[in-house]
Design a protein around this ligand. Structure first.
Ligand SMILES: [Zn+2]
Length: 320
């Protein structure tokens, strides 16, 4: 892990309103979506989230309920609009951390540039977005920096965009930034863990998303012990039977002293899940219902703090 020795930790967390200390993030939803522009040329069923007023109300509600921060997981090219993220953060007072990277290829128009470039070009782009400013803000007086890298794995390794994966690995190694990795229901997490650490990315820079869709206790414990963070988010997805899978998985990990390796989220890319748009559970589910349920299950306040903010905050700052 010698690549990390050149960074000083903890480093500030880049929110869309500027850098803040990880200690000020508070209750944080570690994987969500608060804005998705329509993308010309994509399949008609790709999610769109662009009702500014309703989203603003939702964020205000989140903040009132104790939520302080969230990570927006929509990268450039598939609907990210960091200017809207900035306005929503300013109006609601919620800290928003935007990302660079890439989502699944189906969310982009055919032949999107990022999937045709060499690894070094992809890395240069991600590093610019993290260190200088995101593409759509470069003309602004104060460009807005991305705060982390988000990438997506396809269901099989052979379908993953290899140059883009390599570019993300180079950028993570160069910047020391956190990388959230979308998995298709937990698939390929062990393969990706080896892949990125072979490139010199530290395990504590890695978050595997949607891992509760693959509630294999042995795998979760092994990945946790390697030092990666596991993101769980099916609380409001009845088809994944959270009472049967997600909640017992949380209990099991906490009882095995692995509360430091989990981060919770609600991943509301579909507008129906928004309270003010579709009458769904809403962003405030995390600081209210989920937090209360953790308490009811006998999880200690210090572990709850880790699960709903502490762990992701430390990882964003480069410490574990
Ligand atoms: Zn997502």
């Amino acid at each position: 892990m010698s690549n990390l020795s050149s960074f000083s930790f903890p480093h500030p967390v880049n929110t869309v309103q500027g850098p803040i200390s990880y200690e000020d993030l508070g209750i944080t939803d570690c994987h969500n979506h608060i804005w998705i522009d329509p993308v010309p040329g994509v399949e008609p069923n790709c999610p769109i989230l662009d009702q500014f007023h309703e989203i603003e109300l939702e964020l205000v509600e989140f903040k009132k309920a104790g939520g302080q921060s969230l990570l927006d997981c929509q990268p450039e090219g598939c609907g990210r609009n960091s200017i809207k993220l900035l306005e929503l953060s300013q109006k609601s007072g919620v800290n928003v951390i935007a990302c660079t990277g890439f989502h699944r290829q189906k969310y982009y128009p055919p032949q999107h540039w990022l999937f045709g470039k060499r690894a070094q070009k992809v890395s240069d782009f991600l590093c610019t977005e993290l260190e200088t400013g995101m593409y759509e803000t470069l003309e602004m007086e104060k460009p807005i920096k991305a705060g982390f890298i988000k990438i997506a794995l396809e269901p099989s390794w052979g379908d993953c965009p290899q140059a883009a994966l390599e570019g993300a690995a180079l950028a993570a190694k160069k910047t020391g930034c956190l990388m959230e990795i979308h998995t298709e229901k937990g698939a390929l997490a062990e393969k990706a863990c080896l892949y990125f650490t072979d490139y010199g990315v530290s395990p504590n820079q890695i978050v595997f998303c949607h891992m509760d869709k693959r509630p294999d206790y042995g795998l979760h414990k092994e990945l946790a012990r390697l030092g990666v963070l596991l993101e769980y988010d099916t609380f409001y997805r009845p088809k994944y039977e959270p009472e049967k899978h997600l909640w017992p998985l949380i209990d099991h990990m906490v009882q095995n002293d692995l509360a430091g390796s989990i981060a919770l989220a609600t991943d509301m890319a579909e507008s129906d899940l928004y309270h003010h748009i579709g009458g769904g559970p809403g962003l405030f589910g995390l600081p209210v219902e989920i937090k209360n349920n953790l308490r009811k299950r006998g999880i200690s306040d210090s572990d709850i703090t880790k699960l709903i903010g502490g762990n992701i905050a430390r990882r964003l700052a480069g410490i574990n």
